[in-house]
Structures are given as C-alpha cells and as structure tokens.
Design a protein around this ligand. Structure first.
Ligand SMILES: C[S@@+](CC[C@H](N)C(=O)[O-])C[C@H]1O[C@@H](n2cnc3c(N)ncnc32)[C@H](O)[C@@H]1O
Length: 324
C-alpha cells in the first residue's frame, strides 16, 4: 500500500482495475467513476460491454463503511448497472441527471429507407451543411464537415412515413449515487466519527442564489440552495437555472486531451465535493484522461486511479503534472 499526502496527492496505475490489488480493504473514502457504458460509443473497443460486476465487489471491498459513490451510466443500460451495483452489496441512494444541451439525436429518415426498400428513387431537394457535432464551448461553436444532398421520399408509403425516425435528442446522462452500508450496529454519527464517511457534503455543493434574488424560503442559507438531483453545466435562462446550474470553474482548455468521453470539470468538481471532504481519498477505477483526479486534487482531496489504455493514461499523467 502506498502513502498519499499533501506533497504526493495521487497515485495512478496504467493497468486493469479488476481486483484493485494495490488497495487495502476499507481504505478509500469515495468512489467516482465514468465506466464503459456498454453502448459501443464511436465504436471504441473498451465500450463494447458494461464492466464485469466483479469491479463493484472490488470497490465495495476497498471503500470504508458508509462511503458514497457516483457512477455514470447510459440511459439504455442504467438498469443493468444498478442491478450489478446492488447485487455487489451497494445501497442505491439516488440517480442524478446531468442535463446538457449538446447531445445529438441518432436517427434516420425511415421514409427514405422505405423508398430504398421499395427500389424507388428518392428526390434530391437541395443540400445542407453536415453538422458533425458541437465543439467544447457550446451551441454557437458547431463544426461542419461537408455539404450533403437533401432527399425527400417519393414512394406513397415513404411519403406517409417521411421524417419518422428511431431516436429523440439525448439531453441527460444518469449518475447513480450509491453507498457502502454503514458498519453494522453503528448510527450515522458513530460511523462518521469512526471512518469520516457516511454523510454527503451538502454545505460545499450549494447552488448559489440567482443574481438579484433577495430571499428564498423561510430560513434562507447564505450560500444558496441545497443541490438537487438534476445538474446542469449549461444555462438555459428559463427560470429553473437557479435551482440546477453548477457555477463555472476557471480552467484553460487542454488541447492535447482527445479522450472521446471527457467530462466537464465543473461537473466533476460538484461531484467530488458532494461525496467527499478535504484530505479524503477518491477512487476512479476507469479514469480515462483523469477528470475525476483533476477535480479531486484541485479540491484538496487525494486520488487513486486506474486506466488500461496507455494513450489515455499518458494524457491523465500530463494533466496531473500541469497541476503540480
Ligand atoms: C468513459 S471513459 C472515462 C473518461 C473520463 N471520465 C474522462 O473524463 O476522461 C472509461 C475509461 O475506462 C477505461 N477502461 C476500460 N476498461 C478498463 C479496465 N478494465 N481497467 C481500467 N480502465 C479501463 C477505458 O480505456 C476508458 O478510458
């Protein structure tokens, strides 16, 4: 077992997380991880299947009693992941929804597919800029690749089903809040006294009042509202922002980070604060380019991470080096 301290606040491993062999039982204060979703995202081999549930049993072993965890998930396979977590001994406490604006619907025009199946030629009715996606920075910042031809169905059935598709715009990702049970026989307070774990850090995760808001509720807290299980990084300016928007964190863009499922640092700051207190140790068994680690170190926590791919591990190492 290694020793982490203020001058060496992290330990990262370029190896598979299964077994979590370098870690002792009951030694870690919180788990935050964004594991493979099992949806073959952009055809990445590492995303072909959900993790084997062995890793959740391993995580339970190394976490302290009462420790909380946050596990990102896909909407489609969240149910399987939740069952795996529960079967491994975790309590399911909540599901947070991280709401975002830049998700693109993955769909096709079934009217055109019907034309094709019936061997009817669809009509070319113009062209459009093919939008691949949004760059970091939001909705004003989309990039276009090429002009593409625009078609309309021509068969009778194709016209009937014109515009029918297969999916709606994804606008949230679930984050499952779990907890390792308290030590048998202990109350929450006794567990916190013994291990420092068992309570959420609500004071550090308050959502500040909106500009100009004078008083909220009968007994307003000076630092804002208790954070909710809906989280937003983007503002929608619709009146609900004041409940859900996480304050921005000053951060310069790291151009070298090409991890395909990089998480926003504001979001990771919020999650780290929610399930841990200063100087505690946070584990991410699927750290990718290390967003959990960056947020943990910036918030004076300690970090232990695992990443299988050498390429992503190197990005994580570079990001951590830039912090120290
Ligand atoms: C969804 S990504 C995490 C991205 C991360 N949140 C970020 O912001 O960069 C999941 C990562 O788990 C890694 N991975 C998959 N199987 C693993 C294993 N058995 N052990 C360690 N890492 C693994 C993948 O290579 C991938 O980088």
């Amino acid at each position: 077992m290694f020793n982490l301290n203020e001058s060496k606040p992290y330990e990262i491993f370029n190896q598979s997380c299964y077994g979590l062999t370098p870690l002792s039982d009951n030694s870690i204060d919180a788990l935050i991880t964004d594991p493979p979703y099992g949806i073959s995202y952009q055809n990445h081999a590492w995303d072909k299947a959900l993790p084997d549930k062995q890793i959740w049993a391993d995580s339970l072993r190394v976490l302290k009693h009462g420790a909380f965890g946050l596990v990102f998930s896909s909407v489609r396979l969240m149910h399987r992941l939740m069952v795996d977590l529960e079967d491994s001994g975790f309590l399911i406490k909540d599901v947070l929804f991280w709401v975002y604006l830049n998700g693109m619907p993955k769909s096709r025009d079934i009217g055109l597919e019907i034309d094709k199946a019936l061997a009817v030629e669809s009509a070319v009715v113009g062209q459009y800029d093919y939008v691949q996606g949004y760059k970091k920075g939001g909705a004003d910042n989309y990039y276009t690749e090429t002009k593409k031809l625009k078609y309309e169905p021509c068969s009778e059935l194709g016209i009937k089903y014109k515009g029918a598709g297969l999916g709606i715009k994804p606008a949230y990702e679930p984050v499952i809040l779990i907890q390792k049970p308290l030590e048998k026989g202990l109350t929450v307070a006794q567990n916190v006294i013994k291990y420092g774990t068992g309570a959420l850090n609500l004071e550090q995760t308050r959502i500040p009042y909106a500009k100009g808001e004078s008083k909220v509720g009968h007994n307003p807290h000076p630092n804002g509202r208790v954070s909710a299980n809906i989280l937003r990084v983007d503002e929608l300016e619709d009146g609900y922002d004041k409940f859900f928007v996480i304050p921005k964190v000053r951060q310069s863009a790291e151009k070298f980070n090409h991890h395909p499922t990089l998480k926003p640092v504001e979001l990771m700051h919020h999650l780290v604060k929610l399930v841990s207190f200063e100087k505690q140790q946070i584990l991410d068994p699927f750290m990718g380019s290390g967003s959990t680690g960056i947020a943990s170190i910036q918030l004076k926590r300690q970090f232990v991470g695992f990443e299988l791919e050498a390429d992503y591990f190197a990005i994580c190492q570079k990001r951590l080096d830039l912090l120290t």
